[in-house]
Design a protein around this ligand. Sequence first.
Ligand SMILES: [Zn+2]
Length: 459
Amino acid sequence: MSLIIENVHLAPVAGPEIAGGWLRIEGDRIAGLGPGPAPDAPGAERLDGTGCLATPGLVNTHHHLYQWASQGLAQDATLFEWLVALYRVWAAMDAEIVRGASAAGLGWLALSGCTTSSDHHYLFPKGRGDLFAAGIEAAREVGLRFHPARGSMDRGESRGGLPPDEVVEDLDEILDATAEAVDAYHDPSPSSMLRVAVAPCSPFSASGELMTQSAALARDKGVRLHTHLAETVDEDEHCLEQFGLRPVDYMDKLGWLGPDVWLAHAVHLSDADIAKLAVTGTGAAHCPSSNGRLGAGVARVSEMLRRGVNVGLGVDGSASSELTPLAGEMRQALLFQRARYGPRALTARQALELATLGGARNLGREGELGTLEPGKLADVALWRVDGPYTAAVADPVCALVFGPALPLVRLLVGGRTVVADGELRTASQDALGRAGAEAGRRLLERAEQRGVTVKVGMS
Ligand SMILES: [Zn+2]
């Protein structure tokens, strides 16, 4: 496979932008890029990128794909209220629901320029099929690079945790299942389409022992660690009350800060917390839409960047952000920072870097993904910027970040076309949408059969 995109505005994230340049792809790699007319390449497909912007494919570093099946519920709830309302709904899920929800969620991500997505799955009701494999099957169907995290919870209500006991697992079961997931699926090769992470859910649903043993397991197997942290004031209070420490200090004590860890949210950080993340090389997945939806707060992203903390973006589960496309999170991130810290808090190009290189770093793949450079994997998004709503915007990167959702002319994952002319080419978009809707219907029906009342509002 050999492809040249010509006459295109290139925003490589690493190195200067090129207005009117070319990008050459050979096999699953970027072979070259430059200004002016494209060099001769006999036999290569040539794609005219006039009116288009090429960026690295976007990287989503926090998600719960199964939540596609539980959107629009507990709309006015805090995080803890929302979780308490939804844990019992999620307890009704099975592999078929996860498969349909994941396929719909991944298809939607592809259409918003995402080429690599993580997924944090942390509820494994017994006897409902292989839920972890269901997400992987969906990613294979849609064709995205996938980083599923084997999540877990062992600290139910009876042990002072937030989730009901019916949705947590035993420590030993978790560790066995996690090791099995890594052994079965993790591919460490540079062009890997599938890497597994280890991800106890949060300080208020995972015990300290689960955290420390998970870290030991991940480090033994050479895989990354992920969890939710410092998302809300309620979590701060819970950690102080239960552990006598705030969340970042608690994680530090458990050996959970380091260059192999990335934390979802990281909203409520002190100056000292930010310094700890910077010095240990711990990354953060910023999820502005979800933080806004749940009223969790605004993460100190510009401050983190200034002080050397790596930050990537995440859409978080669809149940706390209702269908947000990944490209939209760049805009949300930029607007949140500017609304709070002023117009120079985050630039359009910094927002693009969060969504690409920042995400690649969170997943430990900055050597292979996140920029357009020769030798890197050919994960590329080609956006149309000369459409009716953006043609008058002077700067294509501004159009992408500040403007409306841009149509994708092409989305390549390892050189393979996943989206062309705004349509998914690996799977039927309509079929994925129907599978997602059916997963939602089936989950709520099964939850109601189990006597769970599903709340739409909160009061
Ligand atoms: Zn989350």
